[in-house]
Design a protein around this ligand. Structure first.
Ligand code: ZN
Ligand code: ZN
Ligand code: ZN
Length: 124
């Protein structure tokens, strides 16, 4: 009732009781995977090609069975990042502007992920 749902832009920062399904290899409860499992590796990324959440691009490429697509700049307002600590979804824009810290729960994200942005987001 008082809760915004659907396409509301701000809804991306609201932690939901039910999290989207995350796919990956050897996942833990905070979306770490067999490839990236450091303390800060707690985000999952929705891939542009299949709109499914994966713990990382390597998980996608091992499991999805199709070529990955990156998010074009024009779609960076779409919710595509999941905080594994609190379950909040961030848009690509919010994620790139969050200084490696969840805007919802303040959990730290791995700043080293910036080296891999081209695997998920169109380079600018
Ligand atoms: Zn895909
Ligand atoms: Zn992985
Ligand atoms: Zn969070």
């Amino acid at each position: 009732m008082g809760q915004e749902r659907g396409d509301g832009q701000r809804a991306v920062l609201i932690a939901r009781p039910v999290r989207p399904v995350v796919n990956g290899v050897s996942l833990d409860a905070e979306t770490r995977c067999g490839h990236y499992h450091g303390p800060l590796d707690i985000i999952a990324i929705k891939m542009r090609c299949c709109h499914a959440y994966y713990a990382c691009r390597e998980c996608h490429d091992e499991l999805a069975g199709h070529a990955a697509k990156v998010w074009p700049v024009a779609e960076w307002d779409q919710a595509a990042i999941l905080c594994g600590a609190c379950g909040a979804e961030l848009s690509v824009q919010d994620y790139l502007g969050c200084a490696s810290r969840c805007p919802s729960c303040a959990a730290r994200f791995n700043p080293g992920c910036a080296n891999h942005h081209h695997l998920y987001f169109e380079p600018i």
